[in-house]
Design a binder for this molecule. Structure first.
Ligand code: ZN
Length: 334
């Protein structure tokens, strides 16, 4: 048995016109439990695109795990053209503890693709996701969201310098965010590897701890369905919330000192634009109770893409906000 690993490909076939649960075996944990990554294969009644929807490479990303479940549950396979491979939780070890990185090895799964079958456990999980998905798909939606104390909303897009870039940009505009970020993206991601293989890939950053029950929840759901409509998997007209701006540069705003973070702008500021110097949030020391840091808008046109919208504990260097430079890209005609 040494080194033997059965990929889902050799498991019983998914059935046409239904959704089949196919756990992807990873290995055995220290306590002797089977570690599996859950995948759901919805095989539509007609042939069509082969789309993967993957969430929660980061274990604190609850909203998009649940969004994945709701999207799959909302579809009747007999109305779908093509196949959907849905993985609600790509990193079950981190999800168990609600941490961004895997507890066992400290790794960020979103930096270790394509993975390594004899590497750290996070690299092994990345490897089995790669091997299970990439040979089988032509489209990918890579879902990310905020954690307990943060909410995010933007969509990555690509330069329209080739056909792949044009198709990605077209789909990114349907995902429901006000701000698109045109960038090659970080190395070591499933999305990056997929794009390198010509897979039309949309990286959606949507939602967070406070999103359930808000309009953002509906926009994120509609965004995923819009993409499926556009590529011909399901019928119906897209319900589009048009983006406002494309940025080509941006940054994370991180507190220099830790303590208690107090937001001055929050959920309602997502997708908005602020002048340079606008106070976004403050850090007070949990020991002295003095204000020890401020987070302010860095650009003349600061486009807000992620907010820390709850009063919350921060370590030095945690995400407080992600912002784009509104002068680095272009505006859509309104
Ligand atoms: Zn993420």
């Amino acid at each position: 048995m040494s080194g033997e690993r059965t990929l889902w490909n050799s498991a019983p076939e998914a059935g046409i016109g239904r959704t089949t649960y196919i756990p992807i075996p990873v290995g055995v944990t220290a306590t002797g439990s089977d570690l599996e990554i859950g995948m759901h294969v919805l095989e539509g009644a007609k042939p069509g695109p082969k789309l993967a929807i993957v969430s929660t490479h980061h274990g604190d990303e609850l909203f998009t795990a649940e969004l994945t479940r709701r999207v799959v549950a909302s579809l009747d396979p007999s109305d779908v053209a093509g196949t959907i491979y849905a993985i609600p939780v790509a990193n079950p070890l981190a999800f168990e503890w609600g941490t961004r990185n895997t507890v066992q090895d400290g790794s960020n799964m979103n930096r270790v693709f394509p993975g390594n079958d004899r590497g750290w456990i996070t690299e092994v999980m990345a490897r089995v996701v790669t091997d299970s998905l990439l040979p089988n798909i032509d489209h990918l939606i890579d879902l990310h969201c905020g954690g307990t104390d943060t909410t995010i909303h933007y969509t990555y897009t690509r330069k329209e310098s080739d056909e792949l870039g044009r198709r990605i940009h077209q789909l990114a505009q349907l995902a429901g965010a006000d701000v698109l970020w045109e960038t090659a993206g970080p190395a070591g991601t499933l999305a990056g590897d997929a794009m390198d293989q010509g897979v039309v890939t949309v990286i959606v950053e949507a939602g967070g701890g406070t999103t359930f029950g808000t309009p953002l929840e509906e926009r994120a759901m509609n965004g995923l369905l819009n993409i499926m409509k556009e590529i011909g998997m399901i019928l119906g007209a897209p319900v589009v919330h048009r983006p406002r701006v494309v940025v080509r540069s941006g940054t994370a705003l991180r507190p220099r000192h830790g303590g208690i973070f107090i937001p001055e702008i929050g959920f309602d500021a997502l997708g908005g634009r602020f002048e340079k110097g606008t106070l976004f949030g403050r850090v007070v020391s949990a020991r002295t109770m003095q204000e020890i840091d401020q987070i302010v808008a860095p650009y003349d046109k600061t486009e807000v893409m992620m907010v820390r919208d709850r009063t919350s504990k921060v370590h030095p260097g945690d995400y407080a906000y992600i912002v784009g430079d509104g002068d680095s890209g272009y505006q859509f005609d309104s």
